[in-house]
Write a protein that binds this ligand. Structure first.
Ligand SMILES: [Fe+2]
Ligand SMILES: [Fe+2]
Length: 310
């Protein structure tokens, strides 16, 4: 029996959703928008792979876990589609960006073995808990000041990613039966996902005016984030920060140096063959989110929502 819960939540997004939903931290807001687009292609990919894996799994407890995992991911994809549809309503060119991202995952389904695709999912999902922990530990800066509807979508998605942090690995292990395989392919996996991410950022640059984005490709590309986070932590004078384009704050500005080092260390560990996500340190916020959901609150307006009949 799995402990995963399927929470059917409907985020009713419309065209009043701003592209830049977090003006106080626009670089983080831009990264989150890229995650929204990536999630649609990646989660469709997860559903296809997990469905194909289930008939090959002997242990009924793992089959249960796999089914709950794919159902949670399908719910995520459904709501990210609504979020991105609202953005496309305002900036129709983003449809091309979305199609390209979905196509990058469809291409993997057409050209790669099931083993590779399950390892891909396990590799990527293993990075989520360390990254989302840092984000959720600073929820007061990185989510709360933003558009509540969009912030609530990410909060829900990220706490459920923490909740099902072991699922992709459990499914991968049951089918691939070789704990070293996913570590061996990790480089290829991250090269692929980073290409998808960069293409999405390039799409934002092309289709959304800078005044609406309020952050640029170079601030939030993988190299840009590394550069920003290193420079942001140097004792520089503010005139230098302005000259280096470091205003507004770096994406992970509220996290301390120690938290960033722990995240980097945990990301490295997450790709080792004997990594066990169930032992990961978890964000405290997640417990609060689950308690609020269990108490019947409307989590589509996480900060102001009242109890709703379910
Ligand atoms: Fe997800
Ligand atoms: Fe996931």
């Amino acid at each position: 029996m799995t402990d995963l819960q399927i929470r059917k939540i409907d985020f009713g997004f419309d065209e009043t959703i701003p592209f830049q939903w977090l003006p106080s931290h626009p670089k983080f807001g831009l990264i989150a928008n890229a995650i929204s687009i990536m999630a649609i292609g990646f989660e469709k990919f997860i559903v296809i792979n997990t469905r194909a894996a289930i008939p090959l799994i002997e242990d009924p407890a793992v089959v249960d876990e796999a089914e709950a995992f794919l159902r949670q991911e399908a719910q995520h994809a459904k709501n990210h589609r609504k979020h991105v549809a609202a953005l496309i309503g305002r900036y129709p060119g983003l449809k091309e960006t979305l199609d390209e991202a979905i196509g990058a995952f469809d291409h993997l389904v057409e050209t790669r073995s099931l083993e590779f695709r399950l390892a891909y999912t396990a590799d990527l999902e293993s990075t989520f808990t360390p990254v989302f922990k840092v984000m959720l530990d600073h929820e007061d800066v990185l989510f709360r000041p933003g558009d509540e509807r969009v912030a609530s979508l990410f909060l829900w998605h990220f706490v459920e990613e923490v909740e099902h942090r072991s699922s992709a690995l459990v499914v991968c292990d049951a089918v691939v039966k070789n704990r070293y395989y996913r570590t061996r392919v990790a480089r290829t996996v991250f090269r692929h996902i980073m290409r998808v991410y960069r293409n999405i950022l390039a799409g934002f640059e092309k289709h959304v005016p800078e005044a609406d984005r309020r952050a640029r490709y170079r601030d939030v590309s993988p190299d840009g984030v590394r550069r920003e986070e290193v420079l942001a932590r140097l004792p520089l004078r503010s005139s230098w920060r302005t000259r280096l384009g470091m205003f507004p704050p770096s994406p992970f500005a509220p996290a301390s140096n120690r938290e960033m080092l722990v995240m980097a260390y945990r990301l490295m560990l997450s790709q080792t063959p004997h990594h066990r996500p169930e032992r990961e340190p978890l964000p405290r916020f997640a417990d609060g989110w689950f308690a609020r959901y269990d108490a019947g609150y409307d989590v589509t307006r996480f900060y102001t929502g009242l109890p709703v009949p379910r």
